[in-house]
Ligand binder design. Structure first.
Ligand code: URA
Length: 439
């Protein structure tokens, strides 16, 4: 077999065999195939697409390109969640302790933020001392002891994805359905999940701008999971406006803690209860948590009893974090400047553009342009309105949390693009659009 023949076949729109895909991915992972051939392969996939069976073969080849995590000594059925990335998306921080408090172990690997999308690891690192770089032994030991652990994606898992993603980033081949689907699913499969809840974001602040595209991505990932013997539920959720109010690392941790206390924004709470409910139902495998109403009541009980917050605190302490910052979120990093951004007119909010809001947080220093750049944990924004909110001229739409006047001005310019007003009442946006399931 020769790599050039595989590239040529894909370039001409023909279907690759499993052997050809495995040959290419294995060779590239080992370093036997050069980046320029992988880049040509990626562009051929980008332009010609892939069939379902090619996408499954690609996913499994990437999943098996490194170690496969086996969690069977910790639980006989591991559940995981993944978000396709959004603005203000601190769901994992709330959902993991909620599910763990119900007695379902969660051992999750998460990523860092790049560009306008935030990363769970960066958010958690705003808690002093919190360690995300756990060894495999520590990861397993904490999962077994506490039923909750959250670490950085191990380099040993799905290394083909890491190498391919770096090439996609610089060859304009990121927004391809089979490449995104195989990238996400290979990591979930390698991380040992039996049941996976996918939160597929749709809208201005998401990879998928339209409902049709989001549905297609969700469907492909559910199909990959089914063919790989995993149970997958994909929920298509709104990302036209930010989730919750806070966008920025420490601000999002504080909001997650408030939500675990039963005090956070309603949309974030509802979103988290829904995702956690699907995780419980998968974990119950038709034996437990079968009634959606009962599962929700059980989750709500974990919030009102303080059990979910206690589970979050346990995870923070176990990984070296300063739990005093959980008990009192005013101890989290604080920005030196707080400034309101006000409505220039009265009316109803017709748009809160998630991308413009993310750009404002980025301008303040909450995100990174390239891998390894430092971020400022204290800065960000809190958005006080949703689509449909009535506002008066001069009302605060946003509070900016900044550490630098110059950056503050750049963030204000981004916010100038974020809002639209209507004289007529505007309907609120739905939280969810669809649920696609392999069962
Ligand atoms: N998230 C991933 O892990 N991979 C992609 O390709 C896109 C989003």
């Amino acid at each position: 077999m020769r790599a050039v023949d595989i590239i040529e076949k894909k370039r001409d729109g023909l279907e690759l065999s499993g052997d050809e895909i495995r040959y290419f991915i294995d060779g590239f992972t080992r370093g036997d195939l050069p980046d320029y051939q992988a880049a040509a392969f990626l562009m051929a996939v980008f332009l010609c697409g892939m069939t379902r069976s090619e996408t499954v073969d690609l996913t499994l080849a990437m999943a098996h390109s490194g170690e496969m995590l086996d969690l069977s000594d910790i639980t006989d059925y591991a559940v995981d969640k993944h978000s396709s990335g959004g603005v203000g998306d601190k769901t994992t921080l709330v959902v993991l302790p909620l599910v763990a408090a119900c007695g379902v172990p969660v051992a999750k690997m998460s990523g860092r933020g790049l560009g306008f999308s935030g990363g769970t690891l960066d958010k958690l690192e705003s808690i002093r001392g919190f360690r995300v770089d756990l060894s495999a032994d520590e990861f397993r030991a904490l999962a077994r002891k506490n039923g909750i652990v959250l670490a950085g994606q191990s380099m040993a898992l799905a290394p083909a994805d890491g190498k391919l993603y770096a090439l996609r980033d610089v060859t304009a081949t990121v927004p391809s359905l089979p490449l995104i689907a195989s990238s996400i699913m290979s990591k979930k499969i390698a991380a040992g999940a039996n049941g996976i809840v996918l939160d597929v974001k749709m809208g201005r602040g998401a990879f998928m701008a339209t409902l049709d595209d989001a549905r297609e991505l969700a469907k492909i990932m559910v199909e990959i999971g089914a063919d790989a013997g995993r149970d997958v539920v994909a929920i298509i959720s709104d990302m036209n406006q930010p989730l919750g109010e806070a966008v920025g690392n420490a601000l999002e941790v504080a909001e997650a803690v408030e939500t675990l206390r039963g005090e956070g924004p309603v949309d974030l709470r509802e979103h988290c209860l829904a995702i956690a409910g699907h995780m419980l139902r998968l974990a119950g495998r038709g034996q437990r948590f079968t009634d959606a109403g009962e599962a929700r009541a059980l989750l709500e009980q974990q919030i009102s009893s303080g059990a979910a917050l206690a589970s979050f605190r346990l995870m923070i302490e176990a990984q070296g974090g300063d739990a005093a910052m959980v008990d009192d979120t005013s101890k989290l990093p604080q920005a030196s400047i707080q400034q309101p951004y006000t409505a220039a007119q009265s009316g109803y909010i017709a748009q809160v553009d998630a991308l413009a809001i993310a750009r404002a947080a980025f301008e303040l220093g909450a995100g990174r342009e390239k891998k390894g750049d430092p971020i400022d944990p204290a800065v960000g924004v809190k958005v006080h309105v949703k689509v449909g909110s009535p506002v008066g001229a001069g009302d605060a739409l946003v509070t900016l949390y900044a550490s630098d006047e110059r950056k503050l001005q750049a963030a204000v310019s981004s916010l100038d693009q974020a809002f639209a007003f209507s004289a007529e009442p505007v309907e609120a946006l739905p939280l969810f659009y669809d649920v696609i399931s392999s069962r």
